[in-house]
Design a protein around this ligand. Structure first.
Ligand SMILES: Nc1ncnc2c1ncn2[C@@H]1O[C@H](COP(=O)(O)OP(=O)(O)OP(=O)(O)O)[C@@H](O)[C@H]1O
Ligand SMILES: [Mg+2]
Length: 230
């Protein structure tokens, strides 16, 4: 396998109540893989993604991303890790409605210390390559779902993340917008981006994953290589 980007080893996340949300999961994801995490509601998909993103800590086991242990980082270090290595896309976009599209996309780079001029030019480039350049001055509230998700993907890619994480990126979209986002993720994968996405959308998994991991009750129930569809 190529260089591992993600390594989970015996990773468990337990809450006070109930069985573990994630139970002793070991998983390696290589550079350039596109992995779809599937499974029923409550099976631990978002929990796994949040652990990889450093948004949550395991109760047991380790999470290593790009050679660095991320399970024990302080909050500040964890925020730095996310800015440097991780791009995230969510079901409900999480865009700032008071900012323009261009400013939403530029923000992560400014937070990471990039000069404003350079950030603006990278944002313009990204908006162009994602087909939403004409929306740069608009506010997210007036965009369609598919357009908003493209903006969210542009923002996620701003700092050239090692890893793109997406939790139900088509979950709030109609089928046409969902198709746009599927194609977009597929293109990013073709360009070599490592992607882990959580989805209930089998069409999305089939369109852009090279591998599916099925979670059931916090365990990996299946880990399957997909035939390329192209
Ligand atoms: N903060 C929390 N406190 C207690 N239990 C939690 C918490 N977050 C998640 N859980 C529990 O952990 C389990 C896994 O949740 P998780 O959100 O990872 O599921 P999921 O697979 O993403 O589900 P869905 O498809 O509905 O998004 C669930 O039983 C959930 O109730
Ligand atoms: Mg979830």
């Amino acid at each position: 396998m190529s260089t591992p980007v993600i390594e989970l080893r015996g990773t468990t996340r337990r809450y006070d109540e109930g069985p573990p949300a994630l139970d002793d999961v070991s998983l390696t994801v290589g550079a350039g893989e596109a992995v779809a995490i599937l499974g029923p509601s409550g099976s631990g998909k978002s929990t796994m993604l949040n652990l990889i993103a450093g948004l949550d800590r395991p109760s047991q086991g380790t999470v290593t991303v790009d050679g660095t242990r991320v399970d024990g980082l302080s909050e500040a270090a964890s925020a730095r890790y996310r800015r440097a290595k991780v791009g995230m896309v969510f079901q409900f976009f999480n865009l700032l409605d008071d900012l323009t599209v261009a400013d939403n996309v530029t923000l992560p780079a400014l937070l990471a210390g990039m000069r404003r001029r350079e950030a603006r030019s990278r944002a313009a480039e990204l908006l162009d390559s994602l087909g939403i350049k004409r929306l740069a001055a608009a506010h997210p509230a007036r965009l369609s779902g598919g357009e908003r998700q493209r903006v969210a993907v542009a923002r996620a890619l701003m700092n050239r993340p090692t890893l793109l994480l997406a939790d139900e990126p088509t979950g709030a979209l109609d089928s046409a917008s969902g198709l746009e986002v599927r194609q977009l993720l597929n293109e990013l994968h073709a360009d070599g981006q490592t992607i882990v996405l959580v989805t209930h959308d089998l069409a999305l998994a089939e369109a852009c994953a090279t591998r599916t991991v099925r979670l059931v009750d916090g365990h990996v129930a299946a880990d399957t290589a997909m035939e390329p569809v192209r």
